[in-house]
Unconditional design. Structure first.
Lengths: 263, 296
């Protein structure tokens, strides 16, 4: 495992695109949250208050930073698409195998990258959440008051990046994969979700690949409204299981593709 | 001689196109083994299959008499079709990745770059390289860690004449150190100059394989004529080194062994009291032979 990751590190350590996208994630996520917390960006101006800005103390901070973090995970997903399709563009996927990796080793190196990025993104999420929470009258002990949120964030990251990688392995072309990924995440899944829910008069559409994990950290205002109306807090465990299920589907579909197809 | 690669009954189709049909041969250790064939004859497909980047529909291959394939690939250096490197990395960083995958030491990188005359460009990015330099880097990468076998697909692609000569010399020098070289080429001349063994492919079928001198032996034909053709025929048939005598029009066409030249035939006839009225050496070019083999 260490061997595979160390080779992946050699591939990206002097890759400018990698550092720019990582930099975007690292810099923009706290900046964005800072501006919301201070009311500089205010989605609720009409309500005459900064509703979201109030939610930066524990434990609300996790839902707030988590939601925005899951949006910013798109940067990391794009990065996954780029470093995966690069291998096909440069035909280095072939060369790695010619040089002695098995096809599965090549695949697992990429899967490990997705897992590693998810872990690192989650750690970063915890650090940022902790910083905002602590600066809003929280104590160190409060950081671990809602640890399930850390798991949700990890699952969202894994779900998005796993999905992105499967698309990249399937299509092999950078522009096409990126385009379809954005179209699906921003537009297509919403259409599918609402159509499914409408047709079946159920919440079936909420269990689509990316939506299932989105349900774990919903848009903070929606969550607030639910709380205000004392709506029944539905259990998130089904979304957790379905998200894990989707991640397994990506893994096995990708694995089958890598073993069967010509390179 | 032990075989380092054994290909047996490999077939592979792309849709309706049969890229390889039941191809089998053995590559003896220590040889320079040429896989020769026109464009699209299946050379790269065959090597790609043996290197596990392509999946054969049927048939098997084995390196070093059934060594585990991933392990075997780490023991060889291979260049398949195009030089494949990370465009944004320098030559030396690209070699670092190859060396890490092969489990080779990093200190070997300078030696191989020196060997292909790329040392002074070691820190330049791959994307700034010319076609010939990319090809050299691919050869350098194949040389990492002194592999027992080199697999080179069209190794002189994109090189200038001096570069082609250099690579030929390099292949010969490596082979003299005991390294087996398997190279695919559509250049007959290249194969003839460096290879000890050859397999000829045409449209996915193996036409012939074996020692290069047997397969590509270019037999010369000597045409002779004299007043008494019957006597000439009788006498010349008895000459040592003449393998075949055919009558064509008013001439006799002699196929002969390599050591027999026109003056030997002339001398032999004079010694036997025959004066030739016509004596002509017809060289059959390798190209003609190749065309015959691949078009026949």
């Amino acid at each position: 495992m260490k061997d595979l990751l160390s080779v992946e590190w050699l591939k990206i350590k002097s890759y400018r695109t990698f550092w720019i996208l990582i930099g975007c994630f690292i810099v923009l996520l706290p900046l964005w949250n800072y501006e919301i917390s201070k009311g500089i960006i205010n989605f609720t101006k009409g309500a005459g208050a900064n509703l979201l800005g109030g939610a930066y103390s524990f434990p609300g901070v996790w839902g707030n930073v988590g939601f925005w973090g899951s949006v910013f995970v798109l940067f990391l997903s794009m990065l996954i698409i780029i470093i995966t399709t690069n291998e096909f563009t440069f035909r280095t996927h072939r060369q790695n195998v010619i040089d002695g990796w098995s096809r599965l080793q090549f695949y697992h190196a990429k899967v490990l990258m997705v897992v590693l990025f998810s872990v690192l993104a989650t750690i970063y999420y915890i650090i940022i959440g902790a910083c905002f929470g602590m600066s809003n009258l929280g104590t160190f002990g409060d950081i671990f008051s809602a640890p399930e949120q850390f798991g949700y964030f990890f699952l969202i990251s894994l779900d998005y990046m796993g999905f992105a990688m499967l698309l990249a392995l399937l299509l092999r072309r950078s522009g096409l994969s990126m385009g379809l990924f954005l179209v699906y995440t921003i537009i297509l899944e919403a259409i599918l979700q609402h159509s499914l829910n409408y047709i079946t008069s159920s919440k079936a559409g909420n269990y689509l690949p990316l939506q299932a994990s989105d349900e774990l950290l919903p848009f903070p205002l929606t969550e607030m409204m639910r709380n205000m109306m004392h709506a029944q807090q539905s259990s998130l465990s089904s979304y957790v299981y379905v998200t894990i299920g989707w991640c397994l589907v990506y893994y096995f579909a990708g694995r089958m593709m890598m073993l069967k197809r010509d390179w | 001689m032990a075989s380092v690669l054994s290909i047996s009954n490999i077939s592979k189709s792309y849709g309706s196109i049969k890229a390889l049909q039941n191809v089998s041969f053995e590559v003896p250790e220590g040889s320079v083994f040429g896989i020769l064939g026109p464009n699209g004859s299946g050379k790269t497909t065959l090597l790609g299959t043996a290197l596990d980047v392509l999946k054969a529909d049927s048939g098997t291959y084995s390196w070093f008499e059934n060594m585990q394939p991933d392990e075997a690939r780490r023991q060889l250096g291979a260049l398949l079709e195009t030089p494949n490197f990370y465009h944004y990395l320098s030559a030396i960083d690209n070699l670092q990745i190859a060396a890490a995958i092969k489990h080779r030491g990093m200190d070997d990188r300078l030696r191989v770059l020196e060997q292909v005359n790329l040392l002074e460009r070691k820190d330049s990015k791959f994307q700034t390289f010319s076609l010939g330099m990319k090809q050299r880097l691919a050869i350098a990468s194949a040389l990492l860690g002194s592999p027992r076998i080199l697999v080179l697909d069209e190794p002189t692609n994109g090189l200038d004449p001096a570069g082609i000569a250099e690579i030929r010399e390099l292949i010969k020098a490596l082979n003299s150190q005991g390294i087996t070289v398997i190279m695919a080429s559509h250049l007959l001349d290249e194969v003839e100059k460096v290879c000890t063994h050859v397999a000829i492919l045409k449209k996915g079928t193996l036409l012939v394989s074996g020692d290069v001198n047997d397969v590509l032996h270019s037999e010369d034909i000597i045409e002779v004529q004299s007043e008494d053709m019957a006597l000439l025929n009788r006498v010349i048939t008895g000459m040592a080194g003449i393998t075949n005598v055919r009558q064509a029009n008013s001439m006799l066409l002699l196929s002969c062994q390599k050591n027999i030249q026109a003056q030997h035939v002339n001398q032999f006839c004079i010694d036997n009291g025959i004066v030739l009225s016509h004596l002509l050496l017809k060289k059959k070019s390798l190209e003609t032979k190749f065309m015959e083999l691949t078009n026949g």
